[in-house]
Design a protein around this ligand. Sequence first.
Ligand SMILES: [Zn+2]
Length: 106
Amino acid sequence: MPHGKPGHEAFMKRAIELAKIALSKGETPVGSLTVRNGEILAEGIEAVKARIDVSAHAEMIAIRRACRALGTLDLSGCVIYSTAEPCFMCSFAIRQTRQSGGYRAA
Ligand SMILES: [Zn+2]
């Protein structure tokens, strides 16, 4: 990297690693992370079955953690990455927290 910070590819690679962890736990293989100023702020691994919670999508977990880390619901300037096209629920949460459009695999 010319500027020394990881780019889209590195973040997507990490999201794919998180998705593989979800798969190894019997979950739908989805991984997500929120990036701020070129650094990972929060990560999410799909945990619907483990938590017995239909809202425990990887994106929702990453968003919750990012909001708590910053102590705000405003994630302006953050970029969310996901290995899947975000569903309606996650899309709402992404828009509601003012994150930049995510970047996804395939
Ligand atoms: Zn979702």
